[in-house]
Structure formats: C-alpha cells, structure tokens
Design a protein around this ligand. Sequence first.
Ligand code: CMX
Length: 440
Amino acid sequence: MDRLKEKFAEKALPLAAEVKAMVKEYGHIELGTYTIDQVYGGMKGMIGMVTETSKLDPEEGIRFRGYSIPELRALLPRGSGGENLPEGIFYLLLTGDLPTEEDAREVSNAWARRSHVPKHVFDMLDMLPKGTHPMTQFSLAILAMQTESNFAAAYRKGINKKQYWDPMFEDVMNCIARLPRIAAYIYRRTYKGGEHIEPDPKLDWGANFAHMLGFDDDGMKALMRLYLTIHVDHEGGNVSAHTTHLVGSALSDAYYSLSAGMNGLAGPLHGLANQEVVRWIKDLREYYNGEMPNKEQIKEYVEKTLAEGRVVPGYGHAVLRKTDPRYIAQQEFAQKHLADDELFKIVQMLYEVVPEILKATGKIKNPWPNVDAHSGVLLIHYGLTEHDFYTVLFGVSRAIGVLTSLLWDRALGHPLERPGSVTTDWMKEQIEKHKAKATA
Ligand code: CMX
C-alpha cells in the first residue's frame, strides 16, 4: 500500500469506529429546529450532512481542516512563483494534516503516474460538435472514464462494506490525476484547432495543466496553482459538493458522482458565474461604446441589470455574509502582478459600487463579491480569454474537495441519503393546525 493510502487508513478507520459509537450513544441529541421558510428556501442553514474536509463561516469564510485561506497561504508548500501547490491542499483535505514539501511532491508524482487517460475518452470528445459547451464536454469525459472504476469492479465482484474506501481511494487518485489532461484536451480541441500538447511529467500538477493548455510563462503557472488551490472546497452543502455526495450515497462510483456534481457546477448561480461575470463586464463595456466606464455608468448599468430581473453575477452568496476570502486572495494576486490592468480596474470599481446598490434593494442577504467576481480578469490578463471554458478550471479544482469528501463518506460508512419531502397541501394542513393551536 502506498504511504498516502496507509496514512488515510490510519486516520479514517479509527474515526469511523468513533463516529459509530458516538452516534449510538448520542444520536438522540437535538441540533435545532427549522421553519417552513427554510423548507421552501432551499434548506439554507439546515444541518443535513457531515463533511470532514472544510467548514464555511458566514463572516470569516472558508476553513479547510480548520485553516483559513490566509493561514494556508503561509503554511502550505509553494511552487516557483510563490503560490501554494494544489497537491498540498489535497493532502490536507485527505489526511487532516499539513503536508511537508516531500508529501506534496509525492502527491505530484503519484498523480503524474496515474494521469494516463484512456483513448476512448478522447475519441468520445472528438465526436461531439465543436460548439458543445466545455462543461458538457467535461462532464461527459468524466462519465466516459467510468469504465475505469476500481470501485464499480470491486462491487461487482463482491466486497465487504468495510473495504469500500480502498477501491474508492484508487478511483479518487486516478480521476483527479487525469482531469487536467482532459480539461486541456477540451480547451485545445474547442479553441486551438485540435493542436494538443503532451504533458510534461517533470512539472507539478498546476504548472503541467497550464503547460497543456498552452501557457508556459511563469505568471500563468503561478496563477493556475493559486486558482486550483482556492477553488477546491466550500463545505458540503454547495450544489457541486452536495450533488457529488448525494449521488455517491447510492454507492455510485467516483466518476458517476463527480460527473453529476459537475453538472451542478455548470449552473449560472454556481460555478458558471465565473464565465457570466466576464460576459456581463463585456456587455457593460459595449453598452458604453467600448470606453472605460466611470463609477456613475457602472451604477447605472447595475441598476439596469436589476431592473431587468437579472442577477449581478459574482455578487451574493447563500452562506457568506462578507467579502469572500477567495476574492481577496485573487485581488492580492492582481495587485501584485497586474495592478495597471484595465479590466482589474473595472473589477475594483465594481467592488466599490455594487455592494451599496445591492444593499439598497433590502432583500439581498449578501451584497459582497464571491470567488467568481475576480477569477476571469486574472485569466484574461495571461491570455486565457475564452470565458466559456472558465467553469472547467473551477471543476478541475473542485474535484479535489468533493472527491476527498466522497472518500471520507465511504470510509465513515455514510448511508444512502434520502430526505423527506412534502406537498404544499401537507404544508397548508400544518399551518391550519398551528393556527388552531394558537387560538385554542
Ligand atoms: N444580483 C441580483 N439579485 C440577487 C443577487 C445578485 N447578485 N444575489 C441575490 N439576489 C436576489 C435573489 O435572486 C433573491 O431574489 P428573489 O427574492 O426575487 O428570488 C434575493 O436576492 C434573496 O437572495 P439571497 O437569499 O440573498 O441569495 P440566495 O442564497 O438565494 O442565492 C446566490 C445566492 C449566490 C445564488 C445569489 O446571490 C446569486 O444569484 N448571485 C449571482 C450569481 C453568482 O455569483 N453565483 C456564484 C456563487 C458562488 C459559487 O457558487 O460559485
């Protein structure tokens, strides 16, 4: 067994026993109540699952295994260019421990060894119309890799449920290792005439991804490491994480589960918002004849967007109530590397103007920018201008969080997920009963 797998087993199996005993003894303890508002409102704030890898605080933002983004920027191993290696955060999410440089290097090497994508995946992609959205291609390619699932093969043969985590570990490692190659293939076939670039196994995971996309400058490699690190995980309830968890709860393997999760990430209220932000800014500029807009014009355009019943992409969040620390991390990167970039200046102006307008509506719970408000401007600066591709980059990173979580689900023996549902007639009956009780 490799060192990382052994370490995972050492951490996960005792916790599985502990959780089982804990639920047996304390399972009856109540955690809170919930309201009709929450049931109709997308279950926001209702505790409904356990996710070991990260926890989101509305005011402070995400903590990965207890560490905030500013803390991790200081603590995780770095690549050249100063940005953290995504391999490091994977190690942290998987084991709960901070990695050494050697640990991160081992993950890099393991992923390089496991990165071979079966030919039929490329053949399948080549059959799709060129104009197929990159997220559709990405989800299909992940699904096409299901032929490789160790978990599905082991289940078919017959496997003790205590061993589920073992083939799932293999699937998770293999799947993550292959995603940059698949994503780069989609990018090159869609936008670069199908001229593909072979991987360079000497490079770390993020740098190799930039290389296969066709960007060999150090700035883009550093950006890719940052990008792939900060997008990994956002606790369990967001659409991509929850979908992966839900589908996986039927013992669907890592490929089925991740492909489903990516279909959720492809929605404009979730990961697709990163492409929508760039489209929206482009439209804004066109509206003002391609000129650099001033704050008054931006204000006018935001108000026009709201009046048309549309959302301002990149702003708001279902849990966060402050500026997203992932936005701040990207803003700091921009201030360091592209302070004079025109698009960055627009993004900065939006930050000054949008929150006040959203607050004034009186209904938007979080007027502050989220991660997607900033990522496009950085990518465009380094030449990755094809914004329909941006959510695939998000997906490559998000796979790390949702798949490590899925592995923990299998190790801890999480069951089939099956919440109750009711009809509006049932709800009306409850309201009548409540009213009768109040007047009795
Ligand atoms: N622009 C305009 N209206 C917004 C808004 C925004 N940025 N954010 C919220 N609202 C609206 C909602 O649509 C809702 O309107 P109705 O009452 O008319 O239905 C109202 O304000 C209340 O919404 P909320 O409780 O504040 O927000 P939700 O938890 O329902 O939704 C989110 C959260 C992210 C979907 C929403 O803020 C939004 O649509 N933002 C723009 C899209 C975006 O940036 N998504 C990316 C999120 C991060 C990610 O997952 O990647």
